[in-house]
Design a protein around this ligand. Structure first.
Ligand code: NOJ
Ligand code: CA
Length: 685
């Protein structure tokens, strides 16, 4: 008996194997923490089957004691939450936050000071956990040990882009066996052969480096934090909380799209009254530069002239757009603007652009100028001028700014205190903090920010609702001729990968595919080369519903909309703010169908439903049950779908526009062409 007691005592001190677990509210999803072998770890089970096997937790630091091994686990606290909160704008008004929380502590066997906690929340559709690191010391993280260990990795397919390359997040998604992934950005989407879908991402990336995933062995990945210019990953003083590591789980691909765990894990709105944040639609002096009709820089082809802006404002007013984006208005674009970030001025216009005159004209017309701050990665140059740039725009009634950080790979330029230029990744701690500083400062001037070449979205729009959209993926600009265009699968791929992070300013709506662009080598790109959107016209329309953003651009030149007024009507009718969203059908990279209900707004009744569907290179027939419509109501379905002989490659404009009366008991059959789509307005009768 004495001997027996001794054995238990001995085990608990050295190789204890405690397990503490927490279930989702529906009890299907289980998160288990363990200290087996005195290694801090977790695993995830779904329907009693292991999905992520034993995966390590912890950190190593430059000098502080490592959180690496010799840890024991204790349970700290539990909590259950079931609340509904409202988004000021979004793909859905009300978001339900229903989860069970567990906080555990891992304490070092021999060093009492060395301990950390993990706070976990388990929802029906996924898990979030974050580290709480205690103690008052200074720490430089040299490794995050968090693992995501996919079991049965030979039976899974991954959809991913490589991390930390020259083009940041602007890569074509790859579809490979999970075991062939080596270094991936998140959201990282995986499909098991049995149909289960898993997406790894993070929420609330604040004062930390962005996490990507490094392959360790077979299905085992470890967190990889973007390094700073000096090689340190993250610097912290005193106790800190990390961003949440998230694991979204769904039985079908659309379950990932219908999940809001990342928003739930972010802090509530910090800005108070945000009625000044305005969703809406815009046009811009923009595509003209991408197809080489205009230039950003000064000269004969300068796009941003006073006259052209006023003409665009006329067009915007006539067709119901809220804003006109003007790029290339300010000094700094001449020469190699990508290399000359230090030359950008955020207050001085080119002489042929009268900022006051165009904003005054816009006020008469009820159209806002949308501001533009391209930094080409010059963080210090921008930070020095940001306040002045914001004040100028605010004084003229501008309420939204598109920012840009075109700079290759690890090339965002930050001057240190000694005046030395340092080069940073887009997702380094310093640059992550810059983006938040930019958005929080903009809020003081009641300005909303649409960041291009931004760090990935981690749901911070909940905390900063003026972070109205961002790019962070290959957008429409890649179809303009200066690069290999996005392939037919791109949109149904984005829908299940990039879009899991949050809104994207993709800039849909190219109507003329027959432009000719003289590329840098003097070669004409044009119709024959297919250096243009690889979609049908109907698929351009469907993007307004499929790719969520509270601000949507009509990206093409005004004259190209006037040439196709029937199809243009859909862009005029479609809202950008929704009370409900339902992803209905789809497979990653193949197709998706989504329905959204309009939110009540000055220009919209809030009664209509909208629908968008897109397919990859394969033609596809969709049978869509209209049971998402409000029951007992009749709607006029205004259908914009590929015509019979439509094909992205040789007949992209063929579109059929029809109207019929429907209700929620109907099923609608849609024939999508290769790289085609369908867009429908269900107008309540
Ligand atoms: C890249 C942005 O994504 C694009 O929209 C913009 O026109 C250029 N930068 C210039 O700022
Ligand atoms: Ca871009």
């Amino acid at each position: 008996m004495r001997f027996f007691v001794f054995v238990i005592f001995w085990f608990s001190l050295t190789v204890s194997a405690a397990e503490v677990s927490v279930l989702s509210p529906n009890k299907k999803l289980k998160l288990v923490f363990s200290d087996s072998g005195n290694i801090a770890q977790y695993r995830v089970e779904y329907n009693e089957k292991v999905v992520l096997g034993s995966s390590k937790l912890g950190f190593t630091f430059a000098t502080a004691a490592p959180m690496y091994r010799d840890f024991t686990l204790t349970e700290k606290s539990r909590n259950s939450v079931d609340v509904v909160w409202a988004q000021p704008w979004g793909e859905q008004t009300n978001i339900r936050d229903h989860h069970n929380e567990l906080i555990v502590a891992f304490s070092h066997l021999h060093n009492k000071e060395n301990m950390f906690s993990v706070q976990a929340r388990v929802f029906d559709d996924g898990i979030g956990f974050r580290y709480i690191v205690h103690g008052n010391n200074e720490r430089t993280i040299t490794r995050e040990l968090t693992e995501f260990n996919f079991v049965d990795s030979h039976k899974a397919t991954a959809y991913w882009i490589p991390a930390h390359g020259r083009e940041r997040y602007e890569y074509l998604y790859r579809t490979t066996p999970l075991q062939e992934v080596y270094k991936a950005h998140t959201p990282f989407t995986v499909k098991y052969d049995g149909g289960l879908h898993v997406a790894i991402h993070e929420a609330a990336l604040v004062d930390f480096a962005g996490m990507s995933l490094d392959k360790q062995e077979l299905g085992r990945f470890s967190a990889s934090l973007a390094p700073s210019h000096d090689g340190a990953l993250v610097r912290k003083v005193g106790p800190f909380k990390t961003p949440w590591r998230t694991i979204t789980i769904g039985e079908e691909a659309v379950d990932l799209v219908n999940s809001y765990i990342a928003l739930n894990l972010n802090e509530p709105n910090k800005l108070g009254d945000v009625s000044w944040v305005e969703p809406g639609k815009y046009i811009g002096i923009w595509w003209g530069m991408h197809i080489d009709k205009f230039t950003w820089g000064s000269g004969e082809k300068h796009g941003a002239t006073t006259e052209r802006t006023m003409a665009y404002m006329d067009f915007a007013a006539e067709h119901g757009f809220d804003g006109v984006l003007v790029e290339g208005w300010n000094k700094g674009w001449d020469g190699d603007w990508i290399a000359n970030s230090e030359l950008f001025s955020f207050t001085q216009s080119y002489p042929d652009f009268d900022l006051k005159k165009v904003t005054d004209y816009g006020k008469e017309k009820g159209v806002k100028l949308i501001g533009h701050h391209e930094t080409s990665g010059g963080i210090t140059n921008y930070e020095a001028q940001m306040g002045d740039g914001f004040a100028l725009y605010e004084s003229l009634g501008v309420s939204q700014i598109k920012t840009g950080y075109v700079a290759h790979g690890q090339n965002l330029k930050v001057k240190d205190n000694n005046g030395n230029m340092r080069y940073e990744f887009t997702d380094s701690q310093r640059v992550v903090n810059h983006f938040i500083h930019n958005v929080a400062t903009a809020a003081k001037y009641k300005l909303s920010i649409n960041t291009h070449e931004s760090v990935k979205d981690t749901g911070l729009r909940r905390t900063y609702p003026n972070w109205i959209s961002r790019e962070s993926a290959r957008g429409q600009e890649y179809n303009s001729g200066w690069a290999a265009p996005n392939p037919p699968e791109h949109i149904p791929m984005l829908a299940f990968t990039r879009m899991l992070a949050g809104p994207m300013d993709f800039t849909p709506g190219i109507f003329n595919f027959d432009y000719v662009r003289i590329n840098d080598g003097g070669k004409e790109w044009g119709k024959g080369d297919n250096m243009r959107p690889r979609t049908t016209l109907a698929k351009q329309l469907a993007q307004y519903v499929v790719l969520y953003s509270p601000i949507q651009m009509a990206a093409d030149l005004p004259e190209n909309y006037l040439a196709k007024p029937d199809a243009f009507q859909f862009i005029k009718d479609v809202p950008t703010d929704w009370s409900e969203t339902k992803a209905l059908q789809g497979e990653v990279g193949d197709f998706i169908a989504i329905a959204r209900k309009s939110r009540k707004h000055k220009d919209y009744s809030g009664d209509d439903w909208f629908f968008g569907a897109v397919t990859d290179e394969k033609a596809r027939t969709l049978n869509v049950s209209l049971d998402f419509l409000d029951s007992d109501e009749e709607y006029e379905a205004q259908v914009y779908v590929d015509a019979k002989d439509a094909h992205w490659e040789n007949n992209p404009y063929a579109i059929e526009i029809t109207r019929k009366t429907v209700s929620s008991i109907d099923v609608i059959k849609l024939d999508l062409a290769p790289s085609g789509g369908a867009a429908i307005r269900f107008k309540k009768l």
